[in-house]
Design a protein around this ligand. Sequence first.
Ligand SMILES: Nc1ncnc2c1ncn2[C@@H]1O[C@H](COP(=O)(O)OP(=O)(O)OP(=O)(O)O)[C@@H](O)[C@H]1O
Ligand SMILES: [Mg+2]
Length: 372
Amino acid sequence: MSPTVGVIGAGQLARMMIPPAVELGIELRVLAETEGESAGLAVTTVADYRDASSVVEFARGVDVLTFDHEHVPQDVLAAVVAAGIPVHPRPSALLYAQDKLLMRERLGGLGLPMPDWARIETAADLTAFLDAHGGRLVLKTARGGYDGKGVRVVGSAAEAADWLERGEPLLAEELVDFRRELAQLVARRPSGDAVLWPVVESVQRDGVCAEVIAPAPASAGRIADLAGDIAMTVAEQLDVAGVLAVELFETTDERLVINELAMRPHNTGHWSIDGSTTSQFEQHLRAVLDLPLGDTGCRDSWSVMVNVLGGPGSGSLTDRYAVALDAQSGVKFHSYGKESRPGRKVGHVTAGGDDLEETVYRARAASEFFRN
Ligand SMILES: Nc1ncnc2c1ncn2[C@@H]1O[C@H](COP(=O)(O)OP(=O)(O)OP(=O)(O)O)[C@@H](O)[C@H]1O
Ligand SMILES: [Mg+2]
């Protein structure tokens, strides 16, 4: 019988698990919130992922349950575990990708490098942190943020009044003076084996990942070793199974500090579909099923991934395929099958080559064809 993986969430991450599942003969079952989502092709259930009985019913008969997003409540996950269904990453690990305050506490306990941070409950807490950090800080909601929603730079407690009013604890961080942002992806089996991809550079615009370069330029040696050690430590100490992304800041004084964690395939790993022997999506399936992991070597000297975001115009990505494919026959295009909305991630392109500048140029040029 084919191994069966259940995925909660039907966004583009679940969608991109479909091709490797087909290749490996893995049956993929996806739980979507609504009809017509990105991973529609593999959807077997439309239900609320916050409803324990729907999720348990969906998960019965799968070999392992995993995720396209980290928003499934812990009590729902506990019900799945109680029903005897394996869940990877384990709820006890996923917790640290769900809650940024818990993540800071836990990683601090492991002695891993992080920005200065504090738990904020009152305006006075916030003012004290501001006073100690030059009058500016990065404020984050502990839960539910994505694509920069739930992150803002503030210079006074008044600027955060709306968040403080909610009565939920917030995370304050020093505003890190970073040279660039990096991400280190690692895949780990429940039985312990783990492999790293090369550390990559990611460029965010308006809090959203815009471009990724793999490997990160000038990262060979110290930076790569440091990033790899940090990610391996997190994966082992938190007992993560599946793909783990560790978002990092490289500071102007050449330290690496952890921004946040994701325990699923990550935007900074999309290049691996075309640029690595084993993509992060294939690897995630292999890892959560506790199958041997694949080689993570690069197919090209450089891979450059550029996200395609929806613009103010109408029409879908595929409407523009004829011109784009003709102009850029060496670039790989990925559509998420989503309706275009301003700022929404609707696809990405990946170029590979030996010359970094030329590869960046080709990836950017290709992505331009999809601006609407
Ligand atoms: N302490 C900080 N100092 C400077 N910049 C920061 C800091 N924290 C976050 N940022 C910037 O804001 C971006 C978004 O922050 P973060 O990754 O915490 O939010 P998110 O919405 O959970 O992200 P994602 O899109 O990865 O889900 C970061 O990639 C970085 O560019
Ligand atoms: Mg982030």
